[in-house]
Ligand binder design. Structure first.
Ligand SMILES: [Zn+2]
Length: 99
């Protein structure tokens, strides 16, 4: 019968800190570090509209993009990186609910 492992003592206790928070502070660990998320969105290279959608070409060989605004169709869609704020704004403009 294998012995049950004893629970490991957390580092902050073993190193004599009063709390995990103190330990993290001393070690420079910041658990609340804000992550900056970035979102990639597609944009029509012709009219800069973001109202583009993927279209599957007949053969299924490649994906193309279709701009619903100006009717542009192609593969060289513009890609833009947005930060979270910009992305929220973008969703707002699109009228989509953020899940
Ligand atoms: Zn367009």
């Amino acid at each position: 019968m294998p012995k049950k492992n004893k629970l490991t003592t957390p580092d902050w206790i073993r190193e004599g800190f009063d709390s995990e928070a103190d330990y993290n502070k001393a070690k420079g660990i910041n658990k609340d570090k804000k992550k900056t998320k970035s979102f990639k969105i597609k944009e029509c290279p012709k009219c800069k509209s973001k109202d583009v959608s993927v279209v599957l070409e007949g053969s299924g060989e490649g994906t193309g993009w279709l701009c619903k605004k100006c009717g542009w169709k192609g593969e060289d869609v513009n890609e833009r990186e947005l930060n979270e704020d910009e992305f929220m704004k973008y969703l707002d403009e699109k009228g989509e609910k953020v899940a």
